[in-house]
Design a protein around this ligand. Structure first.
Ligand code: SAH
Length: 340
């Protein structure tokens, strides 16, 4: 038994042939899956009934139930999705002019334990399989045509590299959902071995790196991953990635009041990111999380000062506003409900 949503479009013919099934059915299967977006083989009415029964048994569609939906005043929607073993993840749908972005999760929980992030506050339960990640996308797609994906939900994608990349390749495939690679952003907290692997894929996914601090002392306090791969190693991997792929890296910097928001931090940050050619910075004001009441959002004046220092140092910087706050759907707020 192989889950249908784990099979890349180009693999179908061979997989059918291997099982003594007729390979010419592959195109019909792909149309049912990725043109009609069926969620049940019985809806693939172009296929004969007995073949649908075979598909149900041999290539089941991954069960992914929408357990809960919450909508925030700004139109952001958060879906709680339940899988067969009772585990669940959250995905967030973010409408904007001309865009409909889905923020997807790659693991149930997260092992990285960043201090300011709710998803990691209870550790990792398990990684999602590629078909579960695709099922998550399918659940989002039922709410509208997805134009962009950001892999910024629960989990560290480079800790679940194979399954995440397989799912993204499938979503990107021309005979699949056909979402352009440049519309798919992978975000990592800095798991260095992932950079080389991603560069070798030769696919133009966008890459974001969560930096959040300009020096090892502060970064190691906020992000335990920094003790394994400190800033020098991380930035060297980023520079190498940019050189190999000619792709720009965006550094995410969550600004936390009184922690990493000083002028000195901004100046040091500018010096650091300039070690990576063409790099950009996204400043994200912290979304408060329950488990760290001492972490607060900086005021606008501080954010503008921080932005100004980076711009004066000729670092291309964007100040982002977190969306979906009132639905607990903002950055770092995704967490397991059933663990409470
Ligand atoms: N593990 C990956 C992807 C998930 S987190 C990563 O670390 O990049 C997606 C982004 O949200 C990261 O930049 C993360 O640092 C940020 N984030 C986490 N908690 C946050 C919070 N409370 N406020 C603002 N951003 C947060």
């Amino acid at each position: 038994m192989t889950k249908a949503w784990s099979i890349l479009p180009e693999e179908w013919k061979g997989i059918l042939a291997e099982r003594g099934l007729r390979p010419f059915r592959a195109d019909q299967i792909l149309q049912a899956l990725y043109r009609d977006y069926i969620d049940d083989w019985d809806k693939a009415t172009t296929l004969p009934k007995d073949f649908r029964e075979t598909l149900k048994k041999e290539f089941p569609l991954t069960a992914c139930r929408e357990l809960e939906t919450s909508k925030s005043a700004d139109g952001t929607q958060k879906l709680l999705l339940g899988f067969e073993d009772g585990q669940s993840v959250e995905t967030v749908l973010i409408p904007a002019t001309g865009r409909f972005t889905q923020c997807i999760s790659t693991q149930v929980g997260c092992a990285m334990g960043c201090a300011f992030c709710a998803s990691g506050s209870k550790g990792v339960v398990r990684s999602l399989t590629s078909d579960e990640i695709v099922a998550e996308y399918m659940a989002g797609r039922r709410h509208g045509e997805i134009t962009n994906i950001v892999v910024m939900g629960m989990g560290e994608p480079f800790n679940n590299y194979d399954e995440t990349i397989r799912a993204l390749k499938l979503i990107n495939a021309g005979k699949g959902p056909n979402l352009g690679a440049r519309h798919i952003t992978i975000s990592t907290c800095g798991v260095v071995p992932g950079f080389k692997r991603l560069a070798a894929e030769g696919i133009q996914f966008e890459l974001s790196v969560s930096l959040h601090a300009p020096n090892d002392k502060l970064r190691s306090e906020l992000m335990p991953v920094n003790r394994r791969w400190p800033i020098d190693e991380l930035l060297a991997a980023c520079a190498e990635y940019t050189k190999a792929t000619k792709r720009i890296i965006t550094f995410e910097y969550t600004v936390i009041k009184g922690v990493n928001d000083s002028r000195a931090c901004a100046e040091e940050l500018a010096r650091q990111v300039k070690r990576v050619p063409m790099a950009k910075v996204n400043l994200i004001p912290l979304s408060p999380v329950e488990h760290r009441p001492d972490f607060e959002t900086p005021d606008d004046q501080t954010l503008l000062m921080f932005l100004d220092v980076l711009m004066k140092n000729r670092v291309q910087t964007m100040l982002r506003r977190s969306r979906g706050k009132d639905a607990n759907a903002a950055c770092g707020q995704l967490r397991l409900r059933h663990l409470g």
